[in-house]
Design a protein around this ligand. Structure first.
Ligand SMILES: NC(=O)c1ccc[n+]([C@@H]2O[C@H](COP(=O)([O-])OP(=O)(O)OC[C@H]3O[C@@H](n4cnc5c(N)ncnc54)[C@H](O)[C@@H]3O)[C@@H](O)[C@H]2O)c1
Length: 364
């Protein structure tokens, strides 16, 4: 390596579909953000070699393999990125960590809290950097919301309410892995609910109790289509969490609102570059595109908006910075411990729906 050159890091990725594309694009675009390590796209794995090869060519992956064990054994690989279905998260990710590779795994971390806990412990014991793919933490407006809560700008927080609504669950084939217990673990709860539970932990703190309803409506679905939960956080904040794949008209509507003694903040992913801020009656719109706003120093002149796909660039930049610095991705990215803690909240929601009672969130 010549003096002044950025060192590289060998990356292997599992999965080449939705997240596979989002991650591939992010790894390529990363160099525009001057990361401390430059990703070298060593290999892509998928069960269908021809389909994976198309994506590999498009994004510049070197090898295409049909067995992730090859990636885990590959000495050129220092970072293993798991963008596969939920049932394929634990074994390859744990294998990669034990082989000494840093690990990134999409959310939900495992199929349930038990499996997520095993993944967290394995990564810790291996001494590698671990990050779970809660990319909404990397929306500049969400990071600004965290800064405002932390600085006391909205006073003492009393309410958090969030809902993540989609509608594709009515029309998708029932044999899609997302609706199968053995491949997905849970439905709207682990898929969409996990994101808003993570955001609530990032913005408010740990949850204490939940009182929930979880329902499956569509014939053939083995997992939940929707849930609603009334929740209390450890600091006494109360609020609601809700997710559905059956909310006709809602395509990818991810919203939250935080109310405090001095003001409120509201966010809607469909208005990704904006934060709604209140310090009196009503809300005003803040464009989160100024150079001093989180991540915006990397992008365009003020007012020139960024997109959902860019959150993945931010999260990988953060991961590579932690790896280069020999540290953890906490507190701004989700570690595997965060992934595990979210899974405990999901399990408590399922317990509450089954028991018909308010359930405490407990950690093992
Ligand atoms: N962070 C986010 O916003 C976000 C959004 C969507 C999905 N996700 C998560 O990402 C993960 C993947 O979801 P998706 O929507 O990309 O799914 P997908 O069905 O589009 O893609 C899954 C990929 O995994 C591959 N795969 C399956 N089994 C494999 C195996 N044994 N070895 C190698 N590859 C294998 C499939 O061929 C496919 O390419 C899920 O855990 C999901 O919850 C996260």
């Amino acid at each position: 390596m010549a003096a002044g050159e950025t060192p590289t890091i060998g990356v292997a990725m599992l999965g080449y579909s939705f997240m596979g594309k989002a991650h591939s694009r992010a790894f390529r675009a990363l160099r525009e953000l001057d990361p401390p390590l430059l990703p070298e796209l060593v290999s892509l794995s998928g069960r269908n070699r021809d389909a994976a090869a198309v994506v590999a060519r498009r994004y510049g992956w070197g090898d295409v393999v049909t067995d992730w064990h090859e990636q885990v054994a590959d000495k050129r690989v220092q970072l293993f990125d798991n963008g596969g279905p939920n049932a394929v998260h634990a074994e390859p990710t744990i294998g990669a960590a034990r082989a000494g590779k840093h690990v990134f795994c999409e959310k939900p971390l495992g199929m349930d809290a038990e499996e997520s806990h095993t993944m967290w412990k394995a990564a810790e014991e291996a001494g590698v950097v671990h990050q779970c793919g809660f990319n909404y933490r990397f929306v500049p407006a969400v990071r600004l919301a965290r800064q405002m809560v932390e600085s006391g700008a909205i006073g003492k927080v009393v309410h958090f309410r969030a809902r993540y609504l989609q509608s594709w669950g009515w029309d998708a084939p029932v044999d899609d892995w997302h609706f199968t217990k053995a491949r997905a673990g849970s439905g709207a709860l682990g898929d969409l609910g996990a994101h808003i539970i993570d955001l609530s932990r990032y913005l408010v703190g740990e949850l204490a109790t939940v009182s929930a309803e979880v329902k499956t409506y569509v014939d053939g679905h083995e997992v939940d289509d929707a849930f609603v939960a009334a929740a209390e956080w450890e600091d006494g904040t109360i609020g609601t969490l809700e997710a559905s794949r059956l909310a006709r008209g809602r395509v990818n509507s991810n919203t939250f609102e935080i109310n405090g003694s001095e003001g409120s903040i509201a966010f809607d992913v469909e208005r990704l570059n904006e934060l709604q801020v209140s310090d009196g009656p009503g809300f005003r719109r803040v464009m989160v595109t100024e150079p001093e706003h989180p991540f915006m120093q990397y992008w365009w002149p003020p007012g020139h908006i960024i997109g959902w796909g860019d959150t993945f660039i931010h999260e990988f930049h953060h991961l590579l910075t932690a790896i280069a610095g020999g540290g953890t991705v906490a507190p701004h990215a989700a570690t595997f411990e965060d992934g595990y803690r979210v899974a405990e909240v999901c399990d408590a929601i399922l317990r509450s729906a089954a028991s018909g009672k308010r359930e405490p969130v407990t950690y093992r």
